[in-house]
Design a protein around this ligand. Structure first.
Ligand SMILES: [Zn+2]
Length: 141
């Protein structure tokens, strides 16, 4: 058992939910691992504090209000859905804008694009020269 698995088992262990084999394996790990032993100490302390506090009393109409809310038709979902969509789009547009701005002002942005444009311009103008002077492009090779 590794420490990640152990962290999952610790809560179950404190709640007495491990079977005999699992509990034995966990005990063996705790004997050899100070990190998990410390984790177990913290969990034990937390349980102790919680048991001192006792259950939190709920208001008398809690059940009624809970079921009212749980069974109420969820009319507001679309409103929040649109808000979420608008927020997402806003963030996306801002991100793309910032990304383009940073790219454009980076050494790769403008100069790379400009050199591409220059290359196409050179090709286009040599093609036009050939057409204008009726030169055959194959002669130039
Ligand atoms: Zn461990």
């Amino acid at each position: 058992m590794n420490c990640d698995q152990m962290k999952e088992e610790l809560l179950a262990m404190e709640a007495g939910q491990l079977d005999e084999d699992e509990a034995r394996e966990a005990q063996i790990h705790l004997l050899n691992c100070s990190t998990c032993l410390e984790e177990q100490r913290i969990i034990k302390e937390t349980w102790a504090v919680l048991s001192v506090l006792g259950p939190v009393p709920s208001s008398s109409d809690f059940r009624v209000r809970f079921w009212e809310r749980a069974s109420a038709p969820s009319l507001n979902i679309w409103r929040f859905g649109w808000q979420a969509l608008a927020g997402f789009l806003g963030i996306w547009i801002a991100g793309v804008s910032i990304g383009f701005f940073l790219f454009w002002h980076s050494p790769y942005g403008r100069s790379a694009l400009e050199s591409k444009i220059q290359w196409h311009e050179a090709r286009a103008s040599s093609f036009l020269e050939d057409v204008y002077f009726r030169r055959d492009r194959r002669d130039r090779i």
